[in-house]
Design a protein around this ligand. Structure first.
Ligand SMILES: O=C[C@H](O)COP(=O)(O)O
Length: 330
C-alpha cells in the first residue's frame, strides 16, 4: 500500500463537495445483464482481511485518512441536543491534540456528521465555521415506508435546515420485485428534491436478498443521479460486509467506465475497528484507485469507529494504551 505523507493536504481537510453525477436515462438492458458471481465474490472477500499488512510506520497516516472519511454518526431514538453537540465537537477535533501533534498532523476532522432530520439545526449550529458538512438521514429512515410525498418533503426540510448531504433510503420492495423503473423514478425524485445537496443512496443491502440485486440496485441508483451509494442504515440485521462492498464498488467502476462519472462509496453499519477501516481503504485502493480514497468519494458510516482509531493512534504515539482502555479491556 502506498503511503500518504503527513504533509498531504488531501487528508488535512475534507474535499469540498459538489454534486457530480448528473445521472442518465434508465438503461434496462445494462441493469438486466448486471451479474454478481456469488462464490467468486465470497472467495475474494475472504482473502481481504489478512492479505495486506500495513507497515506499522504507515498505519498512523492511514488511520488519519480513515478519520477524514468518517461520517460521524448518531442515529438513536434518544438523541439529544447535548449528545449531538458533543459529537460535533468530536468531529471537529477527532483526536487528542497531543496525539495529533506527535503525528505532525493539523486540521484533521471527520468527513461529516450524520444525524436524523430533527437534529440538523443543532448540528449545523455546532459545526458552524468548521467546514464540516451535516448529513441528514431523510426519507423516513430507516425503513423508508412513509408516504412518498412526505419522504420528498423531508428532504426539502433537511436541506432548508442546512444539511449539505442527504442520505436517502430506497424502497427495498422495488428491488425485490425487479421494478427498476419504480426504483429509478424514486431515486430521481429524491435527487431532484435535494437540490445542490450531495445525495447518498442507502440500499439496505441486508434486505435485498441477493448480490445480483445489490449490483442492479447500485446501477439504477447511479443512473438516477446518486452521488454516493451506501450499504446500510445500520439498523438491518446484516449491514456492511466485504462481499457486498465488492459488488457495489465494481458497479461504481462499471458506471465510471461507461459514463466517466465518479460515484462515491459508503459502507455503513457495524464498522467499529481500526483494522477493519484499513481493510476497506485497501479494498478501495485495489478496486478503484487512489482517487476514491478521498472524503468526497469515500465515507465510513460509523458511530464507534473513531474511538478505536483514536486508541490505536494513542498506542502508536505513546507505545501504550491509556489506563482506562486497559481497565476496560481487562
Ligand atoms: O450510517 C451509519 C450507521 O447507522 C452507523 O452504524 P453503527 O452505529 O453500527 O456504526
Amino acid at each position: 500500500m502506498q503511503t500518504p505523507t503527513k504533509t498531504d493536504a488531501d487528508h488535512q481537510l475534507p474535499t469540498a463537495i459538489e454534486p457530480r453525477n448528473p445521472g442518465m436515462a434508465l438503461d434496462l438492458d445494462w441493469v438486466r445483464t448486471a451479474q454478481a458471481n456469488t462464490s467468486a465474490i465470497e472467495r475474494r472477500a475472504k482473502t481481504l482481511p489478512g492479505r495486506r499488512s500495513v507497515k506499522k510506520d504507515y498505519q498512523a497516516a492511514w488511520l488519519c485518512r480513515a478519520i477524514s472519511c468518517i461520517d460521524l454518526t448518531t442515529l438513536a431514538g434518544d438523541d439529544t441536543e447535548g449528545r449531538v453537540r458533543r459529537l460535533c465537537a468530536k468531529a471537529a477535533q477527532p483526536v487528542r491534540a497531543d496525539i495529533l501533534e506527535a503525528l505532525g498532523m493539523t486540521g484533521l476532522t471527520t468527513g461529516a456528521v450524520c444525524v436524523y432530520h430533527d437534529m440538523v439545526p443543532t448540528a449545523v449550529d455546532a459545526l458552524s465555521g468548521t467546514g464540516i458538512p451535516v448529513a441528514a438521514v431523510s426519507t423516513g429512515f430507516p425503513a423508508g415506508l412513509s408516504p412518498f410525498h412526505l419522504r420528498v418533503a423531508e428532504i426539502g426540510e433537511s436541506v432548508k435546515a442546512g444539511a449539505e448531504e442527504i442520505d436517502i433510503v430506497i424502497t427495498r420492495r422495488h428491488v425485490l420485485q425487479g421494478n427498476w423503473q419504480a426504483l429509478y423514478d424514486e431515486m430521481a425524485a429524491f435527487r431532484a428534491a435535494s437540490g445542490d445537496a450531495h445525495v447518498k443512496a442507502i440500499l439496505a443491502t441486508g434486505e435485498l436478498g441477493t448480490l445480483r440485486n445489490v449490483a442492479r440496485a447500485s446501477l439504477v441508483c447511479m443512473m438516477a443521479g446518486a452521488d454516493f451509494i451506501k450499504t446500510s442504515t445500520g439498523k438491518e440485521s446484516v449491514n456492511a460486509t466485504l462481499p457486498v462492498s465488492l459488488v457495489m464498488i465494481r458497479a461504481i467502476r462499471d458506471y465510471y467506465d461507461r459514463t466517466g462519472y465518479r460515484v462515491g462509496y459508503k459502507p455503513a453499519g457495524g464498522i467499529s475497528k481500526a483494522k477493519d477501516a484499513l481493510v476497506y481503504l485497501s479494498l478501495m485502493k485495489d478496486e478503484l484507485g487512489d482517487r476514491w480514497l478521498q472524503p468526497d468519494l469515500f465515507r465510513f458510516g460509523a458511530s464507534s469507529l473513531l474511538g478505536d482509531i483514536e486508541r490505536q493512534l494513542e498506542h502508536h504515539v505513546t507505545g501504550h494504551y491509556s489506563a482506562s482502555y486497559r481497565h476496560a479491556m481487562a
